[in-house]
Ligand binder design. Structure first.
Ligand code: PGA
Length: 222
């Protein structure tokens, strides 16, 4: 059985000092009684914080992996401003691909997302591919999906666990997918209603993860 996957997406938040404070508080995840059995935790900070997170996590031996929130659609080369898969692999094991905030604000197309997927795999990063419904195109190689309906993102208005489970089941039946996560207004109060569904094997948490104490509660209750 796969572990329950809990992914925290810190989005475009946290300066270096704020991130240090976040990590100092999140360190409590190591204290006994946090109910971590069979759970895998992935934190996705901004590129500027990847090195800080990765050092802190290894120095403090935290039971956490790192993910990037984005990846260049190009390999290393003359692509000013881009951060490529090979560079990300120095710090991270996972990468988010296809978030609706990127599809909508940066016009990311299916073709671009498939290039990002290819490069992430080439350099040994595990892509977590985000879809907004059952009909998104999913590159063949993808094994982990996060279903995040747009109405639920940052709105305080999550999908119902039953509907999320139904969508997850439809996605699984059409694709060779191992794990489907739910994302969109997940909190410590509602997390269990999603992770308790048969087709849902984890959650992707945005806003609520900005508060490290709340993220610890989400992990504990998942
Ligand atoms: P939210 O965001 O938890 O703030 O709704 C989810 C996400 O966008 O990853």
């Amino acid at each position: 059985m796969n572990k329950l996957l809990i992914v925290a997406n810190l989005k475009s938040y946290k300066t270096e000092n704020e991130a240090k404070e976040w990590l100092e508080n999140f360190k409590k995840i190591k204290e006994p009684g946090q109910n971590l059995e069979n759970k895998e935790i992935v934190i996705c900070p901004s590129f500027t914080l990847l090195s800080l997170f990765s050092l802190y996590i290894s120095d403090n031996n935290l039971p956490v992996k790192i993910g990037a929130q984005n990846i260049s659609p190009f390999d290393e080369g003359a692509y000013t401003g881009e951060v490529n898969a090979k560079q990300i692999k120095d710090f991270a094991d996972f990468v988010l691909i296809g978030h609706s905030e990127r599809r909508n604000n940066f016009n990311e197309t299916d073709d671009l997302l498939s290039k990002k997927t290819e490069l992430s795999l080439k350099y040994g990063l595990t892509p977590i591919f985000l879809v907004q419904g059952k009909d998104n195109l999913i590159p063949q190689e993808i094994k982990i999906i996060a279903y995040e309906p747009i109405f639920a993102i940052g709105s305080g208005n999550p999908d119902t666990p039953e509907n999320a489970n139904q969508i997850a089941s439809l996605i699984k039946s059409k694709n060779n997918i191992y794990q489907i996560l739910y994302g969109g207004s997940v909190t410590s109060e509602n997390v269990k209603s999603f992770t308790g569904m048969v087709n849902i094997s984890g959650v992707l948490v945005g806003g609520a993860s900005l508060d490290p104490e709340e993220l610890i509660k989400i992990i504990k209750n998942a």
